[in-house]
Design a protein around this ligand. Structure first.
Ligand code: C5P
Length: 399
């Protein structure tokens, strides 16, 4: 799979560095060559000797030790690779990368490279969830850095949660994906996901049961086919996928603004469960309970984001809507396709007995100009992968 590929592997200073030794072995087993770089902190966890022995190549450690530094050795080292991988990528390395530091060999290589970069973060759970790290992560993703992991589980420090470095096999898969261009490489796809929250007052809101699972799986599947994904999400209960640009919103109107700002796109997939109505003039102070007095809520209609984009000047070549129905699923969805002006509708029955809303599975009908396809019940991830492939086919050969 990776024959003749050259991986510049930067090993940062974390206990997970031991897993990078296994990663080197796996990479070489796939035919890749590994040029290892060990940071000063990395060398506290694994020895240069083990790294060099497994890589079958000398370890680079110091900016000014490169024998050819007079010939700009660090530039050459960073450019000769097909992919730069940072594993483990510590909180400190992420911070330095996001700010563009270049004061040691690893950071200088990362600044000088013109090749794609993949990081495998590894750190304590609180360090990972710290707003500073999450800010740095968002910056790195926006800069085009690919991210694999971290995993959730028991940590060497005795805590539990997200922060464990991905297993070597998963990093290998991410390396293969980063080096393979997919059918959506070069395409920009917009995905909306999750519910919206429509405020009643500063503490109360109207919501729905959407978990965001289907939209999230779809964004990940599109990313895996090489697309650049803009992911506009309401307050979902599942975390957004890695490797996509995330725009968090709460209300339908904010979602429309975020969608409009993210255009133009080659395709837009509207998987969000957007509230149809919002409370007219939501109270700015918490509404107080008064004995015997029940508040009356008056509603206004929310903008229909799917219809607005389908009929707008910046309409993507392919627009896909979702239709969650509890009866006459296909009939309603067919009417919706025409009314809203989108190309496809993915329709599903969300009656409580189906267990689809908030569940793992989905059973959908794909409604296009050519008719209706009934897909068998399958996991939301499988639905997403199948739909992503169809989207790739449609963008390759527009109808
Ligand atoms: O009209 P209905 O809500 O059934 O249509 C569902 C489709 O329309 C979904 O794709 C949903 O994301 C989108 N939608 C929207 N804006 C709304 C309501 C629904 O984009 N205000």
């Amino acid at each position: 799979m990776l024959a003749d590929k050259r991986i510049l592997l930067i090993i940062g200073g974390g206990i997970a560095a031991y897993k990078s030794l296994e990663l080197i072995r796996l990479l070489r087993g796939q035919g890749a060559s590994v040029v290892p770089v060990l940071t000063r902190a990395g060398a506290e966890f694994v020895t240069p000797l083990s790294v060099a022995a497994l890589a079958g190549a000398p370890v680079h450690q110091d900016l000014f030790d490169l024998t050819t530094e007079s010939e700009m050795g660090h530039i050459q080292l960073s450019r000769a690779a097909d992919l730069v991988v940072v594993a483990p990528c510590t909180a400190d390395l992420m911070a330095r990368m996001s700010r563009g530091h270049a004061d040691d060999l690893a950071s200088t290589l990362l600044m000088a490279t013109d090749k794609p970069v993949l990081i495998a973060p590894a750190m304590n759970v609180h360090m990972w969830s710290h707003p500073a790290t999450q800010r740095n992560l968002a910056t790195l993703i926006a800069d085009g850095v690919a991210v694999t992991g971290p995993d959730t589980g028991d940590m060497a420090c005795g805590e539990h949660g997200p922060g464990r470095m991905s297993e070597p096999g998963a990093i290998l898969a991410a390396i293969e994906a980063a080096l393979t261009s997919g059918p959506l490489t070069g395409k920009h796809v917009l995905v909306t996901s999750g519910p919206t929250h429509e405020p009643i007052d500063p503490v109360r809101y109207i919501a729905n049961r959407s978990s965001g699972a289907q939209g999230t799986a779809l964004a990940a599947a599109l990313r895996d086919l090489g697309a650049r994904v803009s992911f506009v999400t309401g307050p979902a209960s599942v975390a957004p996928p890695y490797g996509v640009e995330v725009f968090r919103v709460e209300t339908a109107r904010q979602m429309l603004d975020a969608v409009t700002a993210a255009l133009p796109a080659d395709a837009a997939i509207f998987a969000a469960a957007v509230a149809d109505w919002r409370v007219q003039s939501a109270a700015t102070q918490k509404m107080k309970k008064q004995p015997g007095v029940l508040p009356a809520l008056h509603f206004s209609e929310n903008p229909d984001i799917l219809a607005t984009v389908s009929q707008g000047a910046q309409r993507p070549a392919l627009v896909v809507g979702f239709a969650a129905e509890t009866r006459d699923v296909v009939e309603h969805a067919q009417a919706k396709r025409t009314r809203k002006g989108c190309d496809w509708i993915v329709a599903n029955d969300v009656s409580p007995e189906t267990g689809i809303m908030g569940g793992q599975d989905n059973a959908v009908h794909l409604i296009t100009a050519n008719g209706v396809e009934d897909w068998p019940r399958m996991s939301k991830i499988d639905v997403a992968q199948r739909l992503a492939r169809r989207i790739a086919d449609a963008l390759e050969a527009p109808a």
